[in-house]
Unconditional design. Sequence first.
Length: 124
Amino acid sequence: MGDTEQSIRYALRDHPELLSQVTKCLRPPYGKSNETVYAWAIGMGYSISMWNLDTRDWAGTDPEDILADFSLKLQPDRVILFHDGGENRQNTVEALDLVLHEMIMQSYEVLPYCTEAGQAIIGS
């Protein structure tokens, strides 16, 4: 985690205005965690960040199908999981655009979950 954070900070060396976007939150791959993962994260000053609405964008699903499934599950206080790495993410980018539009049309406020100040507290 420390090496990754250093690499990100180095990559942003010419863009100091973006350093506030580097956070001390960790989303464990596949949501797999245990007491050891939590202990290491806490020891390094990180919070474990989990989600409660998986868009399954990683499965190569069509953006319209992602939106349809998402719309059925949308409700207040959801932490939405999208992926930003790996293979071609064109469907993810298109689905994110559709999802954000839907949320805005339903008057939802989109807030960051993890910031430089720490992790947000999400309601029930």
